[in-house]
Write a new protein. Structure first.
Length: 100
């Protein structure tokens, strides 16, 4: 790619990350496999959040899991304060019991 790797100020790592992301999205699209980019996924979550605020006053969320590691601060979801809690009743995985 011809990037100057001698200095962090060239932001070469950031450029590589963006190019890899573009390549992955392209490869999925080329094979007609559905994948969501981080901008679209964040917009979708924000719509969900607004709907839940109207319906029941808010929703839970795990901020580090919801905010993407790339370009996170560019997205509206980055600026949301989320609390991770469980709602009951809920579906949960159960421990498998061996019948023997």
């Amino acid at each position: 790619m011809g990037l100057d790797q001698r200095s962090n100020t060239s932001l070469w790592k950031d450029r590589v990350l963006v190019e890899v992301n573009i390549a992955v999205l392209h490869s999925f699209q080329k094979q007609r496999v559905t994948i969501a980019d981080h901008h679209s996924a964040s917009e979708s979550f924000m719509k969900h959040l607004r709907d839940e605020v109207k319906l029941r006053g808010g929703t839970n969320g795990d901020w580090p899991w919801i905010v993407p590691p790339m370009s996170g601060s560019l997205l509206e979801v980055f600026h949301q304060e989320l609390i991770d809690y469980k709602l009951y009743p809920c579906f949960e995985y159960q421990v498998r019991i061996d019948p023997c």
